[in-house]
Design a protein around this ligand. Structure first.
Ligand code: PNW
Length: 544
């Protein structure tokens, strides 16, 4: 075996890698330089809304410490940084007829220049959940159709003012969370829900679907504007980023195989199907009837093909059983406990997250096959159990997070080089421990530890692992430039199997909507070692 890994074991030289953050989670300084209120400002202060009762007024103080944070990125050697813009710093009241705040624009302009000066490519999210409060007060925020025009106006100002330097745009971060967690479960701002112990107003049976519809229309119209007025001169690319975790059947019963697809339909297909395929999934139409808004032909024309790539945020894998009445999970029950009683992976601090790299690789394949777009992994990360109560030295030795990134970086490499998935970026969540929404500061996702008393930053072992891994695995030699335009067709997308070739003969049970991969191509694969414990039902599920 050669010491120097072969070129095929690396990622292309233009692969973007680094860390991700979001404005409200790190900036603090909520009253600085004319910033308007966001709906998270007051929501976080309401009793019981965050686990530790703390808010985002200071966060990691990155509004003041931004140059130190950029220097930290340099010390890590990243080539890209994903961050979001706070709408209410740029237009304090949010609307298309409201004044623009030059001081807010200047702050982001400095940040972008600071990145470029350090040789780091900015990857910018327009909306990561911090809506201007004034728009909620005016017409209910995402519940009102007027939001589409206001969002497009906001996007236009960002393209005009930053697009000369920003070439990677994300319209929304995780619209499922805005819809469901904000307007269904009521755990994120604005906290609306049918549950009257949680919220005095809201209707969880209708509002999330309306909000989702308006988010899609806002996204699509912003992309249309970018293409028509900015893309030719600025030369950037634009898309949306969706949350979505792999869904695997609990066992190989037909109803649980169908359940896994239903979970994917609602978690991912709700947004991805209209944007990449032209309409909501059939299963959602059946489940929701006329509670699901429909696209007019004109809207559909704008929505279809609006995103130029697939922006992927993913954290975990769920085992799926048919049943239950939770529409936000597609009437599917999730578990991490296998039929034999074992756990799928290592448990994180938050109940919804276990480590399962095989699921990450399976999801990369599923998305590439279904939507045929290059994939930008824009978030992926892990919160170590009880890290917040550990002494500093112990927290920095974040073994479980290192294991998580070991597994998922190997999955990326295998998906690119063995499965032929077109993956163009990887951003670990997150650069810093930060304001983890309803969890307050109790749950730490950072690869850098933040001491909130002093605001000192300390690299964890995971930061060392991830930065070293990408330095070793991104090719240094420039390769023939990959075309940003027409996507190469997905090909030979077979998944690794549990035990070598065993699953090839056992593919009688296939999911109704997941196509069967060409089984002959499985013969080409040689490297399966890191995924030896890939379970049989993955191959069953994907019909290979
Ligand atoms: C993402 N869930 O949110 C967000 O984009 C980040 O802002 C956040 O800090 C990060 O993941 C870690 O939570 C999610 O309940 C929040 O499944 C909740 C869920 C998933 C993603």
């Amino acid at each position: 075996m050669s010491v120097q890994p072969a070129q095929t074991e690396k990622l292309p030289s233009d692969f973007l890698w680094g860390f991700a953050t979001a404005s409200f989670q790190i900036e603090g300084s909520t009253n600085a330089d004319g910033r308007g209120k966001s709906w998270w400002d007051d929501f976080a202060k309401l009793p019981g809304k965050t686990l530790d009762g703390r808010d985002g007024d200071v966060a990691t103080d990155s509004y003041n410490r931004w140059e130190d944070d950029l220097d930290l990125l340099v010390s890590y050697g990243v080539n890209s940084y994903r961050f979001s813009l706070a709408w209410s710093r740029i237009i304090p009241l949010g609307g298309r007829n409201d004044p623009v705040n030059e001081a807010g624009i200047q702050w982001y302009s400095n940040l972008i220049d600071g990145l470029l000066k350090r040789g780091i490519t900015p990857f910018v999210t327009l909306y990561h959940w911090d809506l201007p409060q004034a728009l909620y007060d005016r017409y209910g925020g995402w519940l009102g159709r007027e939001i589409v025009e206001d969002y497009v106006n906001y996007a236009k100002i960002c393209f005009q003012r930053f697009g000369d330097r920003v070439k990677f745009w994300l319209t929304h971060n995780e619209p499922w969370c805005v819809s469901v967690l904000g307007h269904g479960r009521g755990v994120f701002a604005p906290g609306r829900s049918s549950d009257r112990t949680r919220s005095p107003e809201g209707d969880s049976s209708t509002e999330p679907w309306i909000v989702g519809h308006n988010l899609i229309l806002a996204h699509a119209n912003a992309c249309k504007l970018y293409r028509e007025q900015f893309k030719a001169s600025q030369g950037g690319t634009i898309g949306i980023t969706l949350n979505g975790d792999m869904a695997l059947p609990y066992d190989d019963s037909p109803e649980n195989i169908a359940a896994a697809q239903h979970a994917l339909d609602v978690a991912i297909g709700w947004f991805a199907d209209p944007i990449y395929l032209g309409d909501y999934p059939e299963y959602m139409k059946e489940m929701l009837g006329d509670r699901l808004p429909r696209f007019t032909p004109e809207e559909r024309a704008v929505v279809l093909g609006s995103s130029e790539f697939y922006g992927m945020n993913t954290y975990t894998t769920n085992l799926c059983k048919a049943g239950g009445d939770d529409e936000f999970q597609g009437k599917v029950e999730y578990t991490f406990t296998r039929p034999d009683g074992t756990q799928l992976g290592t448990q994180a601090h938050c109940a919804w997250l276990q480590d399962y790299p095989e699921g990450f690789r399976a999801l990369l394949n599923y998305l590439y096959k279904r939507y045929s777009k290059p994939i930008y992994v824009t978030e992926n990360g892990f919160a170590v159990k009880d890290e917040n109560t550990m002494p500093l030295e112990q927290a920095l030795a974040d073994h479980d997070r290192v294991q998580y990134f070991k597994g998922n970086t190997a999955a990326i490499l295998a998906a690119v080089n063995e499965d032929g998935v077109d993956i163009r970026s990887y951003f670990a969540w997150s650069l810093l421990d930060n304001f983890e929404w309803a969890d307050g500061y109790v749950t730490r996702f950072g690869l850098t530890y933040v001491d909130y008393d002093t605001q000192e930053r300390y690299p964890k072992d995971s930061a060392k692992f991830v930065t070293q891994w990408f330095k070793e695995h991104v090719s240094s030699a420039p390769e023939p430039k990959q075309d940003q335009g027409p996507t190469k067709e997905p090909e030979h997308l077979e998944l690794p199997q549990a035990n070598g070739d065993a699953a090839e003969t056992d593919s009688t049970t296939t999911s109704p909507t997941v196509e069967t991969a060409d089984p002959t191509s499985a013969k080409k694969k040689t490297k399966r070692a890191p995924f030896a414990r890939f379970t049989a039902y993955i191959s069953t599920f994907l019909g290979i």
